[in-house]
Ligand binder design. Structure first.
Ligand SMILES: [Zn+2]
Length: 215
């Protein structure tokens, strides 16, 4: 069982597990607290989309993020929750969609008494782009983002923004050209260049700087 599937399973089973098991499992990691990604999986995602999330969109980048930050990455999936997972994200203006989504997140964090810290991020995962060309959007260093399943690295890209990485941290890596690949923070898809499936060294440093004063 890979990591995100395990995290999803742990979250789903959390109410049935004795507290002592959870506590000992938690203590087996190092002293730094985890990055917690709360994922609102939009109602339009199919069962197949959800089954493929881990392999295609998460396992490779959460593994990278854990090694960059020396923190566990916890995934908290939220399904079929009116007001959140049915959010109408195609408002014709991606900035407006992000603003409106962030208002929902504020309601959620306050209403559910969720922690507010640089380690806690809230993403709406959508099947389609926000606009014709916008695959995802996030505020740099903020709490909220929207990311579509249109491209495999969009979720990693938006989480990178939430953790302080910028497009100037995006690097094409490789030489000769045939071996070049896009790291996660490269701004646009170039269809004939494959993904590196990792953050660049500059992005790694930005993410470490962002979290350096966070327990
Ligand atoms: Zn971006």
């Amino acid at each position: 069982m890979n990591r995100v599937t395990a995290a999803l399973t742990i979250t789903l089973l959390i109410s049935t597990m004795p507290a002592s098991i959870l506590a000992s499992e938690y203590q087996s990691w190092n002293a730094k607290l985890p990055i917690v990604l709360t994922l609102f999986l939009h109602d339009e995602l199919s069962d197949t989309d959800i089954r493929n999330l881990d392999t295609n969109y998460f396992s490779w980048f959460t593994e990278d993020l854990e090694s960059i930050t020396d923190r566990k990455v916890e995934i908290v999936p939220i399904l079929r929750t009116p007001g959140y997972t049915d959010f109408d994200y195609r408002l014709g203006d991606a900035g407006k969609s992000l603003y409106e989504w962030d208002q929902r997140v504020i309601d959620y964090v306050i209403g559910e008494n969720k922690p507010r810290s640089k380690r806690h991020k809230y993403l709406l995962i959508t099947r389609d782009n926000l606009t014709l060309l916008t695959e995802g959007i996030a505020g740099s260093g903020k709490r909220s983002a929207i990311a579509s399943l249109s491209a495999y690295r969009t979720i990693a890209h938006e989480v990178g923004h939430l953790l302080g990485a910028t497009h100037s941290d995006g690097q094409l890596i490789g030489f000769p050209f045939a071996l070049t690949c896009n790291t996660n923070m490269v701004a646009s898809e170039v269809f004939f260049i494959k993904n590196c499936y990792r953050y660049s060294d500059r992005a790694k440093q930005s993410i470490r700087n962002y979290l350096k004063d966070t327990p």
